[in-house]
Design a protein around this ligand. Structure first.
Ligand SMILES: [Zn+2]
Length: 68
């Protein structure tokens, strides 16, 4: 076990977020996985099939919908 290995693990940690769908509004309808603030796969809403694409910053992506 080393300090360096610990840092590496932390940087590669995958986060899971359950978000409300920006299209149909289904509560926690989309399960998004991200790493280093970027989504690492397409995430599909279980209600309407809306897709959050891979490789976007989730927070910024969702803000686009708030502006409308
Ligand atoms: Zn939806």
């Amino acid at each position: 076990m080393s300090v360096l290995a610990g840092c590496w693990d932390l940087r590669n940690m995958v986060g899971i977020h359950e978000i409300d769908c920006p299209r149909c509004g289904k509560k926690e309808g989309i399960e998004v996985f991200d790493r280093d603030n970027l989504t690492i796969s397409d995430s599909v809403c279980s209600g309407c099939g809306y897709t959050v694409p891979e490789g976007v910053v989730l927070e910024l992506y969702l803000k686009q919908f708030g502006k409308k």
